[in-house]
Design a protein around this ligand. Structure first.
Ligand code: SF4
Length: 391
């Protein structure tokens, strides 16, 4: 049986950040129905547990939103039920996304005691003005303190998230400043860092400002220079650049995200969660749960799977192969195009794809060895354009 991951969405944050396009609603911790939401997710799990039966559970990821706001005992109740449905889930990576404003040593220890073995902390930056511009509720010291608290708690693995390429007014940070920030975070002893360039999404406050021409945007070349400066700094700290935006000590790569990048199935639970479940013939269905927490909870409690799902998209093998190209080439090790195509029951090479690959290989922007595609390091900063050519 093929491995599977589980994603559980927690849809509340203390405040909505202006760049964020995730489904999250601002709410005080005391106003969240912690037990009610756990009951709803457990009810959904009861409807979907058949998908987990007999399959090795690779990972469980509590994302959001801010799942570190969730009462650890309620989160733990959900986790216990997921592991039980998966036959124990021995060895699975279990991650909770955290914000500095809802993570201290006691909370980290409580999560560890409930079986969580990895925390991903949204530090986002160490410059007070940029954190404010990003709408973050914590300051640089708060970000570092939460990472240190997570490490002190005995949590086996701690990752920090950072955003670079954030311009304020006419000023984008220099590559040296960006690299110095990630270096300070890496110096805490985290074994994984995710460093994302700021992307402006439509439908967000930043998206709206950008549309009106009122958002400062860092120039592409400054962002690319920061990308390479960050890479140099983190690699010097022993963190390997294993995916475009991700660095880890060997063995501490994010298993859940590796599953996404390699096209592994995952079960989505919770309001607004996505899930993708494949069949033996290479097809799959991607579903998305309703994004409204109250509608979600009612449908789950009613045991009404049809009302729980907002949309369903059938994915044919060719679409799945294109996704694997797009995501697999984000990885330092690339991916096995011909093996993936065999697994999906289709041919790896259309005439157009072969021509595009030959062109990219001749230009030095792609390698192909034994059916395995990979981007050389210099080309990774342009990965999106390169992978699109192979569609
Ligand atoms: S804390 Fe995270 S999920 Fe919540 S609004 Fe900010 S970016 Fe979005």
């Amino acid at each position: 049986m093929k491995p599977i991951g589980v994603y559980i969405h927690f849809p509340w944050c203390l405040k909505k950040c202006p760049y964020c396009d995730f489904v999250s609603f601002a709410k005080d911790r005391a106003d969240i129905d912690h037990a009610g939401y756990a009951e709803a997710v457990l009810a959904e799990l009861a409807l979907r547990r058949g998908e987990l039966a007999g399959r090795p559970l690779r990972s469980v990821f509590f994302g959001g939103g801010t799942p570190s706001l969730w009462s650890p005992s309620e989160l733990g109740r959900v986790l216990t039920a997921v592991l039980e449905a998966a036959g124990g889930g021995e060895g699975a990576e279990i991650t909770v996304e955290c914000n500095p404003t809802s993570l201290d040593e006691d909370r980290a220890r409580a999560l560890r005691d409930h079986g969580v073995n990895r925390l991903s902390v949204g530090v986002q930056g160490l410059d007070p003005a940029r954190l404010k511009f990003l709408g973050r509720l914590h300051d640089p010291d708060g970000g570092l303190a939460s990472v240190e608290a997570a490490l002190r708690s005995g949590m086996p693995r701690v990752s920090a998230d950072l955003i670079y390429g954030v311009a304020i007014g006419a000023e984008a940070p220099s590559p040296i400043e960006s690299a110095a920030e990630v270096d300070r975070v890496a110096a805490t002893g985290v074994t994984h860092v995710s460093a994302y360039s700021l992307t402006i999404e439509p439908g967000t406050q930043f998206g709206e400002l950008a549309r009106k021409g009122r958002l400062p945007i860092a120039p592409d070349d400054a962002v690319a220079e920061a990308f390479f400066a960050i890479e140099e700094k983190l690699q010097a700290r022993g963190l390997v650049h294993y995916e475009i935006s991700n660095y880890a000590r060997s063995g501490d790569e994010a298993q859940h995200n590796l599953g996404y990048w390699r096209g592994t199935d995952y079960l989505g639970l919770g309001c607004a969660a996505y899930g993708t479940i494949g069949d033996a013939a290479g097809h799959a269905v991607r579903y998305r749960n309703v994004p409204d927490p109250a509608r979600y909870a009612k449908a789950a409690r009613d045991g009404d799977l049809a009302a729980l799902v907002e949309s369903e998209e059938p994915l044919d093998p060719e679409t799945r192969l294109r996704e694997r190209i797009m995501l697999g080439l984000r990885l330092r090790d690339g991916f096995d195009l011909e093996g993936s195509a065999r697994e999906l029951g289709i041919s790896a090479w259309t005439a157009d794809r072969r021509r595009a690959a030959d062109r990219l290989i001749a230009r030095g922007d792609l390698t192909l060895e034994g059916g395995h595609l990979r981007l050389p390091p210099h080309a990774r900063v342009h990965a999106d354009g390169i992978t699109a050519a192979l569609f």
